[in-house]
Ligand binder design. Structure first.
Ligand code: MG
Length: 349
């Protein structure tokens, strides 16, 4: 919020219709604060999203019509799943079945979870949490067998028709990631996400080119420039920009269009509120190469209550409405009730 306050002078007097220019202006004016990537870009993205909503409302048209119109009315989401505190093939299978029963035809689980065979975790980091990881980035054969058992149980639980992805959160080295990917080739995964750290595109390209599994990455890249090398080297088979974080709708559309010149599908990362998710869904509707978008808040019971007018996800899809802009109204009471401690409501001190 502080960053957005500081950008205010650059916005005063601008036309809401000049979204592209305003984005560039904010990036350039905050370049000394890190506008190549990171929080500064995400703050600018928030302004960019709000501008597209304002433009849509001014023109009385939904946001998707501002990006070339819809390829589809329904935006498929995949449910990000956590099997609780027990990481066993059985808990994965049970959770997968429960989520599919809720109407989701696409799901994702984490593979970099507490593994009884992990070699390099000790000392103060015990007991193992998911963000604790083997610093040496290795996967022993027994660890790999355990991960394969998680995947096998999940696939068997949901059958062949459910889209199933697995996430590794940038944990592993190239060769062990390759061995893992090859071990999983028989389970028809939708993708294997972030098997190696994100900053070395050549290392990722080696993994991607060595397995038949689609490798997905992109949630911690920013602006169209952040994706250029990844796409040009075809280092990933699926790209996952986080729309409200990486630069906003126009940047995401540019990334999607560049990816499409290599026939690479887009599967946006999404951990946003209903408003952020629906705004992202509008630009996804206008991407020819959209595959599926994340839904990360299945366990947040009040997520849908943040906006008025009922759930935005139904049977695993976000249905786009014809209302102007993003078409949603924030339920301020619910938002205030769930303010993160130590923060203030937007616009208040
Ligand atoms: Mg991820």
């Amino acid at each position: 919020m502080e960053l957005i306050e500081r950008m205010k002078p650059a916005l005063v007097g601008e036309s809401i219709f000049d979204v592209g220019k305003i984005f560039e202006k904010l990036v350039r004016e905050t370049s000394d604060e890190g506008s190549l990537a990171g929080t500064t870009v995400t703050a600018i993205s928030g302004i960019e999203l709000a501008l597209w909503d304002a433009v849509g409302r001014a023109l009385n048209t939904p946001i998707c019509n501002l990006f070339g119109g819809k390829f589809r009315n329904e935006i498929r989401v995949y449910a990000d799943c956590h099997a609780g505190d027990e990481y066993t093939p059985q808990s994965y299978a049970e959770k997968a079945r429960a989520v599919v029963d809720k109407g989701y035809a696409a799901i994702k689980f984490d593979l970099d979870v507490p593994n009884p065979h992990t070699r390099d975790v000790s000392g103060p980091e015990y007991p193992y949490r998911w963000w604790h990881q083997p610093y040496n980035r290795t996967i022993s054969s027994r660890e790999r067998d355990f991960m394969e058992a998680l995947v096998a149980a999940t696939r068997e639980a949901v059958g062949p028709d459910v889209m199933l992805a697995m996430d590794c959160h940038w944990k592993y080295n190239v060769n062990d990631a390759l061995k893992l990917a090859r071990a999983l080739e028989g389970y028809d995964l939708l993708w294997l996400e972030d098997p190696v750290p994100p900053e070395n595109v050549d290392a990722l390209a080696k993994v991607s080119s060595g397995t038949s599994i689609s490798i997905c990455t992109g949630e911690n890249l920013y602006r169209k420039h952040g994706y250029r090398e990844l796409i040009e080297k075809q280092a990933a088979d699926i790209v996952s920009p986080d729309v409200p974080k990486m630069g906003g709708l126009l940047e995401a559309k540019k990334v999607a269009d560049q990816a499409d010149t290599y026939y690479i599908p887009i599967a946006p990362h999404n951990v946003a509120s209903p408003i952020g998710a629906v705004v992202a869904a509008h630009v996804c509707a206008a991407m020819s190469n959209f595959l599926v978008m994340e839904f990360h808040a299945m366990e947040v019971e009040w997520w849908d209550d943040l906006v008025e007018g009922g759930p935005v996800i139904s049977d695993g899809f976000i249905l786009l409405r014809e209302d102007p802009g993003h078409g949603l109204v924030l339920n301020e009471d619910v938002a205030r009730a769930h303010l993160k401690s130590g923060t203030t409501f937007f616009g208040e001190r």
